[in-house]
Design a binder for this molecule. Structure first.
Ligand SMILES: NC(=O)c1ccc[n+]([C@@H]2O[C@H](COP(=O)([O-])OP(=O)(O)OC[C@H]3O[C@@H](n4cnc5c(N)ncnc54)[C@H](O)[C@@H]3O)[C@@H](O)[C@H]2O)c1
Length: 216
């Protein structure tokens, strides 16, 4: 299977399924019906069945899905990796909050270590070793592809260094403009633009409701 023909909305739901399936597997569940899975993920059974139909032949209808097999498919074919070695750059307020919430082990992997220019931030924080930025090239875990960026200065220079170290995916919280070479994927997270989006959507809904009420 390639992910090219899978709708974006479906791809976005796969990690949700995966998380639930990993939990179920941990609790010894071997098979699950879409109706049961629905109660764990809060997604309609019909949507689940449609989403899973892109994964190929998953066995006879009515017998439920094989949990191990589904996880294997997500892991292998979709390239989802539970052991992704993630680094965090910038151990300030936001960075510390993320290190404290380093419980993604059943989903993607975990923050293996962090880096900061400020040597007073170095040491162990929430069980994560924070190294001086001077040691980036030396301490970056082997095979590490993903970096979370929660820094406040020298973003472009830092991104360049990360890319030279083999980083190909950046979760960016900085809301600063920077360039990355082709082949490096950036996922920007910005609470402010999410709120703006929500305000826009809420306003549109309100004006639609008003129009409906006034019969226009
Ligand atoms: N995306 C969002 O919704 C959102 C929300 C809050 C903050 N932010 C942004 O996230 C970033 C971090 O915010 P914060 O409140 O944690 O700031 P902070 O000042 O508490 O932490 C920043 C940390 O990064 C370190 N740092 C700065 N430049 C560095 C570099 N080039 N290399 C390595 N370490 C470096 C600092 O020493 C500090 O420890 C800021 O850019 C801020 O604007 C984004």
């Amino acid at each position: 299977m390639t992910t090219n023909n899978v709708p974006k909305a479906t791809l976005q739901r796969y990690p949700v399924y995966l998380k639930a399936l990993r939990r179920l597997q941990k609790n010894g569940v071997e098979r699950i019906m879409s109706k049961e899975l629905s109660s764990f993920v809060d997604i309609e059974p019909t949507t689940i069945r449609r989403d899973f139909s892109f994964l190929g032949n998953l066995g006879k209808q009515g017998y439920g899905y094989d949990v191990d097999k589904l996880i294997e498919i997500f892991n292998g074919q979709l390239g989802v990796n539970f052991d992704e070695k993630i680094i965090l750059v910038g151990a300030g307020n936001l960075g510390r909050a993320l290190m404290n919430y380093n419980k993604w082990d059943y989903v993607v992997g975990e923050i293996e270590c962090a880096f900061d220019i400020d040597k007073t931030k170095c040491g162990t924080q929430f069980g994560v070793e924070v190294y001086s930025m001077d040691l980036l090239e030396e301490k970056i875990p082997k095979g590490c592809r993903i970096a979370i960026l929660t820094i406040s200065h020298n973003v472009q220079e830092t991104v360049d260094r990360l890319v030279d170290c083999g980083i190909t995916g950046i979760v960016d919280f900085t809301h600063q403009h920077f360039l990355a070479p082709k082949g490096v994927v950036i996922k920007s997270i910005d609470v402010v633009s999410s709120i703006q989006e929500l305000v826009f959507m809420t306003n549109s809904l309100e004006s639609k409701t008003k129009k409906q009420k006034s019969g226009k």
